[in-house]
Design a protein around this ligand. Structure first.
Ligand code: PMV
Length: 327
């Protein structure tokens, strides 16, 4: 039996895309988690299996062998965890083999940070198994480096929230700052089921930003003001204001072209069913939307999202970042 660690998924409550241009964003960890069990293996083989994706493969002496699933997909999906594990083994001079079993209840490629949560959980499990005494900051750094290789230049929001949990204010210049949130933020997340690429969405926004700077500048300022106002609303447990701000934020995201029909459909359904506010979360163009609701209307909002063709699930903020489940 190996060591089991888990790490949470995330949603971006406010500020996606604008964060790439230096504005602040608010991110929170939600109560959906990725789990990783890590055990030692004879030899130097690194073996990975994902129970939820039905994929398995191993790496030995630079050679990759798939065991379950399409070879290209297996290699691609396990690349970030492989990088993280190799980095740890190299840093701590451990010339050993490991068996890594992943199980996650986070939807994949939907903007909920599933990849970072998996890498964070694996990193923490390896750390505990080999008694390496890595701090949370070190776990974050390893995860961030692995994500960077795979995803280009991510802001680092996903690995940070998976590691530390809670609610974070993030800005490129100043980094992460924990935020006080009096509310546990009752949300329904609606998965459109439409997979999208963050990279493509970010490129799309870059074109608009470059071509129409004087038009976009006031939107950036509004995005910033939304976040600043939301910080107070979170502290004051003012769900109504948070809802209004989410709707304004959605209008900005629609304006820069990152919403789409599948998202708009679910957002409108949620608002009609009594949500206090609704918006896309993450890169947009598919993926997930989020709806904020008073507790008594959560079920109603969830049903409306389902009827509109989405996959809804209820979520709450969690303060628990990465943690060891069993050692
Ligand atoms: O959908 P996600 O979780 O990949 O979020 C992307 C968030 C962006 O602001 C669009 C990009 C970024 O790196 O912050």
């Amino acid at each position: 039996m190996g060591v089991v660690a888990s790490a949470p998924a995330k949603i971006i409550l406010f500020g996606e895309h604008f964060v790439v241009y230096g504005e602040p964003a608010i991110v929170l960890a939600i109560d959906k988690r990725a789990y990783a069990e890590v055990a030692c293996l004879e030899g130097k083989r690194l073996h990975f299996r994902s129970a939820n994706l039905n994929l398995a493969g191993s790496f030995e002496n630079g050679v990759f062998k798939e065991e379950q699933g399409d070879a290209k997909e297996v290699k691609l999906k396990f690349e970030p965890v492989k990088l993280a594990v190799e980095k740890i083994l190299k840093t701590y001079k451990k010339d050993i083999g490991l068996d890594v079993e992943i199980n996650s209840d986070i939807p994949v490629a939907a903007g909920l940070g599933s990849s970072a949560a998996v890498v964070t959980a694996v990193t923490a499990a390896v750390n505990a198994l080999l008694d390496l005494k890595m701090s949370k900051d070190e776990v974050f750094r390893v995860t961030y480096e692995a994500e960077k290789v795979v995803h280009g230049t991510p802001s680092g929001v996903d690995p940070a929230i998976s590691t530390f949990g809670g609610t974070l204010l993030f800005q490129i210049d100043t980094g992460f700052k924990p935020l006080e949130a009096k509310t546990d933020i009752p949300l329904v997340i609606g998965d459109t089921g439409v997979e999208r690429s963050t990279r493509i969405q970010v490129e799309k926004v870059r074109k608009i930003m470059n071509n129409y700077p004087r038009v976009i500048d006031p939107l950036k300022k509004t995005a910033r003001e939304i976040v600043l106002r939301a910080i107070d609303a979170l502290r004051e447990n003012d769900l109504e204001t948070l809802g209004v701000l989410m709707n304004i934020n959605q209008a900005l995201l629609y304006g820069i072209g990152v919403s789409d029909e599948s998202l708009e459909w679910l957002i409108n359904a949620a608002r009609k069913a009594g949500a206090l506010g609704a918006k896309l979360t993450g890169a947009g163009g598919g993926g997930c939307m989020i709806a904020l609701s008073n507790s008594e209307k959560l079920e109603q909002v969830s049903e409306a999202i389902l009827r509109a063709g989405g996959r809804p699930f209820k979520a709450r903020k969690t303060d628990e970042g990465v943690k060891i489940e069993r050692s």
